[in-house]
Design a protein around this ligand. Structure first.
Ligand SMILES: *Cc1c(COP(=O)(O)O)cnc(C)c1O
Length: 380
């Protein structure tokens, strides 16, 4: 499918007048260069929203994850446990530090890290004396991982948790905000995420020392001296003030945008209700931000496959996407250690992400629902 102006997008950016006002005001303020008052405010506002004391605005969610690992002193020889069902950035950052990712499979219903499997894996790694320095959790498609079980489990081994909440801003888990779990968390404001700053991310933590360390490393590790003084390798990771202004406008609209995504999710739930072998991923979580709605189809029971639905929609100019291809199946991580149940691979082969963006018009949503209904009618 080649996208054009008629294409219904999976999760396009949702920007309007408020965003224009904020960016224009930032431009007119003269704070064009890296840091500035919008960045300071954006950090404060995101920290407040997540209920976390410290936030460091950076160029991407990937940079935030990288800094979280560096802030914990993770490096060559270390092991970090990563869910296999995720976007590649979660695993790449481990490799950036020189540490080794060990992959763990997911819960078949939620798609998030399987706590039972994690327990068995940590016991095994501990018995081997493996230097496990962190467990990276992912709040997949905007639904929080099972922190009730994962946090105490990791605490029992003295292993810090880092939360990849790139997709989960605005979601909660038992009343606590995504981004507030673990020693540090990462948010993403990439173009397809729940809010966008065009590109950007944020590191969240209650640990002031870790936040300070991340801020230092994100600014090329420049020491406070008139001349350019450096004692270690740093990174050019700070978010620009202009992009922070865009992010601030988006944050004002976060709740409204989540409501729109949830309404789209609920409409899909109705269309797929009572169909044998068909479910929505993580549908039981009422506190998800509904970033992407994913349908999971057992073709033997349903009589049709997710791939067939994808082809039907592509012909009608509607964008869909398979779920993330698990990391242990990627050529990049061929040969990596992985604790597997088969759940992630099954979701990858039977799942489909549907148009879910808050920028979808009511007409577009109706069009997609009609196309799905037509497809289902043809497969009864
Ligand atoms: C988007 C995403 C990232 C990376 O965020 P960027 O801002 O694109 O670098 C990391 N992890 C997950 C799960 C993501 O979805």
């Amino acid at each position: 499918m080649i996208a054009n102006s008629q294409t219904v997008l999976l999760s396009g950016p949702d920007v309007g007048r408020l965003e224009q006002e904020y960016v224009l005001a930032a431009l007119q303020s003269g704070w064009i260069a890296p840091v500035g008052p919008d960045l300071d405010r954006f950090e404060r506002e995101i920290a407040d929203r997540a209920g976390v004391p410290h936030a460091v605005g950076v160029t991407s969610g990937t940079a935030a994850l990288h800094l979280a690992l560096l802030g914990l002193g993770i490096g060559p020889g270390d092991v970090v446990v990563v869910p296999t069902l995720t976007f590649v950035a979660t695993a790449n950052v481990v490799v950036y530090t020189g540490a080794t990712p060990v992959f763990a499979d997911c819960d078949p219903v939620t798609g998030n890290l399987d706590p039972d499997l994690l327990a068995a894996l940590l016991a095994e790694l501990s018995a081997e004396g493996a230097p496990v320095r962190a467990v990276l959790t992912v709040d997949l498609y905007g639904s929080c991982a099972d922190y009730e079980r994962i946090l105490p489990l990791c605490a029992g081994y003295g292993i810090p948790v880092i939360e990849d909440a790139a997709e989960a801003l605005g979601a909660t888990h038992r009343g606590r905000a995504a981004g507030s779990f673990g020693r540090a968390a990462a948010l993403s404001f990439n173009g397809n995420k729940i809010i966008t700053s065009s590109g950007g991310g944020m590191l969240l933590t209650a640990d002031g020392e870790l936040a300070g360390r991340a801020r230092h490393l994100a600014g090329q590790a420049r020491l406070p001296a008139e001349h350019y003084e450096h004692a270690e390798v740093g990174y050019n990771y700070r978010l620009s003030n202009l992009l922070a202004a865009l992010g601030r406008a988006q944050l004002c609209r976060l709740d409204e945008m989540i409501e729109r995504r949830r309404a789209v999710h609920d409409a899909y739930a109705k269309v797929f209700a009572h169909l044998d072998g068909v479910s929505l991923l993580g549908d039981a979580d009422p506190a998800a931000n509904c970033w992407l709605t994913c349908v999971v189809v057992d073709p033997d029971r349903a009589g049709w496959s997710a791939a067939e639905l994808a082809a039907h929609l592509a012909e009608r100019n509607v964008e869909t996407r398979p779920l993330f291809k698990p990391m242990h199946l990627q050529p990049l991580f061929a040969g990596a250690r992985a604790a597997l149940s088969g759940a992630a691979e099954r979701l990858f082969r039977t799942g489909l992400a549907l148009p879910s963006g808050s920028a979808l018009t009511p007409e577009q949503v109706r069009r997609v629902l009609d196309e799905i209904t037509e497809f289902l009618d043809g497969h009864r």
